[in-house]
Design a protein around this ligand. Structure first.
Ligand SMILES: [Zn+2]
Length: 107
């Protein structure tokens, strides 16, 4: 496949993978800040979802609004799919280079 055709195929593939994100979601139960909260007094706590991600090698966490969880979960799945494709494309570059090589490999 010519280079431009490969690029177009890749862009078409990733165009359907939006939104994207890299990180992970964790369900937790946390106490709240309200004084005399009945749930906290019963030690039931409050369910929440945390998004954990790395930026410049440093780990960060953010609370995720409940309504955003499905979209962010889909974004993380899309991001992982793109990462798998990038790994496969890197490997394919090496195989294509080997096939195109005219001189035999060094012993
Ligand atoms: Zn509470």
């Amino acid at each position: 496949m010519p280079r431009d055709a490969q690029l177009v195929a890749f862009l078409n593939e990733v165009a359907g993978l939006w939104p994207v994100a890299k990180g992970s979601l964790t369900e937790i139960a946390k106490p709240c800040v309200r004084p005399a909260c009945p749930a906290c007094q019963r030690r039931e706590r409050h369910p929440a979802v945390i998004f954990t991600y790395r930026q410049a090698g440093k780990q960060h966490c953010r609370y995720v609004p409940r309504a955003l969880v499905p979209r962010l979960r889909r974004a993380i799945g899309n991001g992982r799919q793109i990462e798998r494709r990038l790994v496969a494309l890197g490997e394919a570059l090496i195989f294509a280079h080997r096939r195109a090589r005219t001189t035999p490999p060094a012993p």
